[in-house]
Design a protein. Structure first.
Length: 202
């Protein structure tokens, strides 16, 4: 696996282990690929008030003043995406319950280029691989590496019961392999600590 993928996966577990202890974290993304290889994506992140406060406290302990502890900007995401696509919408919102919502939408012209971008590998944790028959398959990098590099199910469930990460890819035709939960042309992967039974089945 490329070094950037390994670093991206490590960053995911750092986020899981360091932040979900402080509250709930939800990250859901969906990618749609058209027959010509173009497509679109949407990603929504929800961070609980408890986690936001904990992150601000950590910033203060390090001598950093920040009103936006989960500091991500449209410019940063565009830099990660590069020439692989275009961010068409970006929104951050402070909700009434104190939580923070980040929503991103975008488009791309070539799926192979998109899945090789830093945004796909790092933010979406999705990558593409060629199969032996010349086809292409999409993989969720977190699931692909979790058994080797991540904490166990019991460790995760014991530390946080408010983590939910969902990745879905809509393909123009049926997937060539059962890489996740397949329904028609759609593949979905989920890590849901709200639902231990569902997590154990992934």
């Amino acid at each position: 696996m490329p070094a950037i993928c390994r670093r991206s996966f490590a960053c995911l577990w750092v986020l899981v282990l360091a932040l979900v202890l402080a509250g709930c974290y939800e990250d859901e993304a969906e990618v749609t690929i058209n027959a010509d290889g173009s497509g679109s994506f949407v990603q929504t992140i929800l961070i609980s008030e408890q986690m936001v406060v904990a992150m601000m406290s950590e910033d203060e302990s390090m001598g950093v003043s920040s009103d936006a502890p989960f500091d991500v900007s449209r410019e940063e995401l565009e830099a990660k995406l590069g020439d692989a696509g275009k961010i068409t919408a970006f929104e951050t919102e402070d909700l009434d319950d104190g939580s923070m919502r980040i929503a991103v939408q975008g488009t791309f012209q070539e799926a192979a280029v998109m899945f090789g971008s830093e945004y796909a590998l790092d933010s979406l944790q999705l990558g593409g691989e060629a199969t032996e028959d010349g086809q292409a398959e999409v993989i969720w990098l977190a699931q692909d590496e979790s058994s080797q590099n991540g904490p166990s199910l019991d460790q995760l469930y014991g530390m946080a019961k408010g983590l939910k990460i969902v990745r879905a890819v809509n393909l123009p035709s049926a997937p060539v392999a059962d890489l996740g939960e397949v329904e028609g042309n759609r593949i979905e992967w989920a890590m849901d600590l709200y639902d231990r039974e569902a997590l154990e089945s992934t």
